[in-house]
Design a protein around this ligand. Structure first.
Ligand code: FES
Ligand code: FES
Length: 170
């Protein structure tokens, strides 16, 4: 929402390798800019205050809660959303494939945040132990599962990435 007196800022955001020019008020959250101004609705918004992890994206490789950042602060950064995790040939990326194989979701609302968090986590630690996999997802909330299948998916994603030559992201 904007009002007539609100100043707009022209912004260039590079998301999943594609540049987008948008005009937003200074207070527009990055999560809202991605969803409403750019139309990438894969990034989900739950708590809107940094607790649930549903809105996690990657900014310059690091997992970031996009509900805690103003869009104007992301100018010039490389952003990857869940839509950017698919491989360039259109096939599922390792983390997506692992979620599918391990049934790592029920309603799926939390899933985009898990996928981006785990992708970044596996780049940092490609062969996690089960305990490290649990730690990797500790900041993401899921209301539907007991996390067992999601933990299985972290370990399976690590195997798939290994089978595919070690690349966990697109
Ligand atoms: S919506 Fe951002 S952490 Fe919950
Ligand atoms: S699958 Fe429903 S919130 Fe996680």
């Amino acid at each position: 929402m904007t009002n007539d007196t609100e100043e707009l800022h022209d912004l260039r955001l590079v998301v999943n390798g594609t540049p987008y020019e948008i005009s937003v008020p200074a207070r527009r959250l990055l999560s809202d800019a991605l969803r409403h101004d750019i139309g990438l609705t894969g990034t989900h918004v739950g708590c809107e205050h940094g607790v649930c992890g549903a809105c996690t994206i990657r900014m310059d490789g690091k997992p970031i809660r996009s509900c805690l950042l103003f869009a104007v602060s992301a100018q010039g950064a490389e952003i990857t959303t869940v839509e950017g995790l698919t491989r360039s040939d259109g096939e599922l990326g390792p983390v997506q494939q692992a979620f599918k194989e391990c049934h790592g979701l029920q309603c799926g609302f939390c899933t985009p945040g898990f996928l981006t968090t785990i992708t970044a986590g596996l780049e940092e630690n490609p062969r996690p132990t089960r305990e490290e996999a649990v730690d990797m997802i500790a900041g993401n909330l899921c209301r539907c599962t007991g996390y067992q299948n999601i933990v299985d998916a972290v370990l399976r994603a690590s195997e798939i990435a290994d089978e595919q030559g070690g690349e966990v992201s697109a």
